[in-house]
Design a binder for this molecule. Structure first.
Ligand SMILES: CC(C)(COP(=O)(O)OP(=O)(O)OC[C@H]1O[C@@H](n2cnc3c(N)ncnc32)[C@H](O)[C@@H]1OP(=O)(O)O)[C@@H](O)C(=O)NCCC(=O)NCCS
Length: 209
């Protein structure tokens, strides 16, 4: 506990009142992002329930896992016993990536995991030769909106009273040009941003096999 506190402190504040705290070695814990499959179904349902109050059913997730047009990824770490820490999903529809799910276990919010997963989804969409990404978000979901804005999503419209549970509006966000050659520079910039964000909470992304 004591060691973890200092490791986190040093990762966040490498310079404290003029003293450089490095080269004390900081232990970074590995995080991996991988495609989800049937063995993760119950963990997916649990996370869905905790984050969205039960948005999709078991059959709904099963359909996603079976569909070639659906990309569904999860975030794990050995440090947390391979628990599902987050998940994200998009559908490929024509040349668009429709992001349908992005959720991080609330115990791990503000540690850079949402950014890491969103980055991975966008990168995968580009690898699939899609041209733009879009999603709907509750107008009151300021954490998610702040995250999407960091990744250059722009508001393109609003669906009035879209959410049945409370009649809330949905914002429609878009990110264009992900297939363009120059987008590789944006990705490189985000890669750095994601790694730095994770590092502040003592995480690092594992190289994907
Ligand atoms: C939205 C969500 C995925 C963000 O995940 P997260 O891991 O906490 O986000 P990160 O730590 O990667 O944050 C990255 C950036 O997003 C923004 N952000 C994230 N949470 C924020 C908050 N609570 N308030 C303000 N900005 C926030 C910040 O700009 C942050 O960068 P910073 O920490 O350097 O300031 C998470 O809050 C979540 O799972 N919410 C419940 C499910 C949900 O609403 N999903 C979105 C559906 S459209």
């Amino acid at each position: 506990m004591y060691v973890e506190f200092w490791a986190t402190f040093i990762a966040r504040y490498p310079v404290y009142k003029g003293f450089v705290l490095y080269p004390i070695k900081v232990n970074l814990f590995e995080l991996k992002i991988q495609s989800l499959d049937r063995e993760h179904l119950s963990a997916m349902l649990e996370l869905d329930k905790a984050c969205f109050g039960g948005l999709w059913s078991k059959e709904g997730y099963q359909r996603e896992l079976d569909s070639p047009n659906s990309e569904i990824q999860g975030l794990f770490s050995q440090k947390t016993g391979e628990k599902l820490l987050g998940m994200g999903c998009f559908w490929s529809i024509l040349e668009e990536a429709h992001i349908t799910i992005l959720a991080i276990d609330s115990q791990y919010h503000r540690q850079g995991m949402g950014a890491a997963l969103l980055y991975s989804l966008i990168k995968t969409a580009r690898d699939r030769h899609l041209e733009r990404a879009t999603l709907e978000v509750r107008a009151s979901n300021l954490p998610a909106i702040a995250l999407y804005e960091k990744f250059d999503f722009k508001t393109a419209g609003r669906r009035r009273r879209y959410y049945k549970d409370n009649g809330e509006d949905a914002l429609i966000l878009w990110l264009g040009g992900i297939h363009k050659p120059e987008f590789s520079q944006t990705l490189a910039h985000w890669d750095k941003f994601v790694r730095e964000g994770l590092r502040k909470s003592c995480w690092k992304l594992a190289v994907r096999s």
